[in-house]
Design a protein around this ligand. Structure first.
Ligand code: BJW
Length: 232
């Protein structure tokens, strides 16, 4: 059985990473238009750099939770029959044991050079406008996908969705496209679909099955079910 899992901010909530649209969410203190668009970066680069520098630094203080670890276990067993695509820019899946993670909205620990286009591993601040190690130009930006930009690796994601037997969406509100449309795309190509989320998402009615609760509880139970089904 080939499984595609999509994750969103809700899977990292129990690790202490704020979600975007919940009442205590990240954007309570920041208007999305001020930080998550290319136009905002042109207008106020220091505000945007500060927002992402703070989030990058905060990664050192958070740990993967049982949901990340359960997906790490599942990937170990299923190998190439498992594809994990995340909208999250944290590195908690990797630290939870997932060897291959497709970060469709980019990564906090990566920088993108607007001069030469290179993407590079980056763990320091960007707000002091360091030069690109490749071309020397001081045009580094957070390597994240803002509104109006094209998410990374859409061709690969679509290929994986067309081949999936099961599509599982975990901890995402279903408010942001194209990720919000994956459930319908996978279903059209024959996959069964399952939502695991604290609350019904905006697209909950598109799923064959929905389970509502905390990811740290729901995901390990679901992974155990899948693994038991394989051995039984
Ligand atoms: C728990 C939990 C617990 C809490 N356990 N669960 C009009 C109609 C349709 C589309 C558009 C439109 N106008 C514009 C668009 C397109 C636009 C879009 O979708 N806009 C919407 C606002 C409508 N999309 C884009 O521009 C995208 N690009 C694009 O479409 O390019 C065109 C193209 C596509 C494909 C091929 C070719 C061309 C780009 C979108 C970029 C999004 N970027 C951000 C910021 C990234 C960097 C950063 O992190 O700062 O990505 S926005 C933000 O939202 C971030 C997230 O990844 C994304 C999704 O949020 P997520 O993960 O769902 O978080 P929340 O907070 O919304 O939800 C958390 C959920 O968890 C909740 O449901 C909770 O209940 C739950 N939860 N605790 C389980 N313990």
């Amino acid at each position: 059985m080939r499984i595609v899992v999509l994750t969103g901010a809700g899977i990292s909530a129990e690790s202490g990473v704020a979600t975007f649209r919940d009442s205590d969410g990240l954007w309570e203190g920041h208007d999305v238009e001020d930080v998550a668009t290319p136009e905002a970066f042109e207008r106020q680069p220091s505000v945007v750099h500060g927002f992402y520098d703070d989030r990058r630094a905060a990664l050192a203080g958070v740990e993967p939770n049982p949901a990340h670890r359960a997906l790490g276990r599942l990937g170990d067993v299923l190998g190439d029959d498992f594809f994990l695509v995340t909208q999250n820019i944290d590195d908690l899946h990797e630290r939870g044991g997932s060897a291959h993670v497709h970060h469709m909205h980019g990564e906090l620990r990566s920088a993108l050079c607007r001069g030469c286009g290179a993407r590079m591993s980056w763990t320091r601040e960007l707000s002091d406008y360091p030069p690109c190690p490749g071309c020397g130009v001081s045009e580094l930006r957070p390597d994240v996908v803002w509104f109006g930009e094209v998410p990374y690796g859409m061709d690969l994601i679509q290929l994986q969705l067309t081949r999936a037997d099961l599509f599982v969406s975990i901890g995402t509100s279903g408010a942001v496209y194209p990720a919000a449309g994956f459930v319908q795309y996978a279903a059209r190509h024959g996959a069964r679909t399952l939502e695991l989320n604290l609350m019904p998402s905006e697209g909950t009615h598109f799923f064959d099955e929905a389970r509502h609760g905390r990811a740290g509880e729901l995901v390990p139970v679901w992974v155990d079910e899948v693994l038991a089904g394989r051995s039984g």
